[in-house]
Write a protein that binds this ligand. Structure first.
Ligand code: HEC
Length: 146
């Protein structure tokens, strides 16, 4: 009996081995492919955000500077000066052609540049020192020919 059983057992083991290897082979090929684990594309904490695109400085374009000056003039000067800077206003004189030095002296210090002859001998204009960064724009707007 054992002589008969032994080869049968060997055969069974062999079959089992074959099936097992087949199962492994099939299992390996039929298994749905797992999506490759890609590293998350989230930005690292603490990384500085990309800087915003730099705008061209307004000084680069004289027309843009003058346009900005027009807005500053409309917002701060026409209470006394004429909206048309070539014409006298209700209180202030015409200011077309005012130089950067004259504007700086008037706006910052309520003064006039040395040697300048004022159009009026009154002292009614108030200093507006917060407009310091806008003085070049005002000068561009008031420049002769603009
Ligand atoms: C409160 C009224 C008032 C405001 C606001 C005012 N001005 Fe005047 N400005 C005057 C008066 C009045 C004069 C004449 C001198 C005086 O009395 O101070 C004058 C004089 C000037 C002069 C000298 C003119 C000259 O050639 O003698 C300039 C330039 C000038 N203003 C520019 C400006 C600008 C630019 C602004 C706005 C940023 C401005 N002013 C705002 C009232 C004003």
């Amino acid at each position: 009996m054992t002589r008969l059983l032994y080869p049968a057992r060997v055969f069974a083991v062999t079959l089992a081995t074959v099936f097992a290897s087949l199962a492994i082979a099939c299992g390996g090929s039929d298994e749905p492919k797992k999506p490759a684990t890609t590293p998350q594309a989230t930005p690292t904490q603490g990384e500085p955000p990309a800087p915003p695109a730099q705008e061209a400085p307004p000084t680069a374009d004289p027309a843009a500077l003058a346009a900005r000056g027009k807005g500053v003039y409309a917002a701060n000067c026409i209470a006394c000066h004429n909206p048309d800077p070539k014409i006298d206003g209700s209180i202030g004189p015409a200011v077309a052609g005012a130089s950067l030095a004259l504007l700086e002296a008037r706006i910052m210090r309520q003064e006039y540049p040395e040697g300048y002859t004022p159009r009026r001998d009154t002292a009614l204009m108030v200093p507006l020192p917060y407009l310091e960064p806008d003085i070049p724009a005002l000068a561009a707007f008031l420049a002769p020919g603009s």
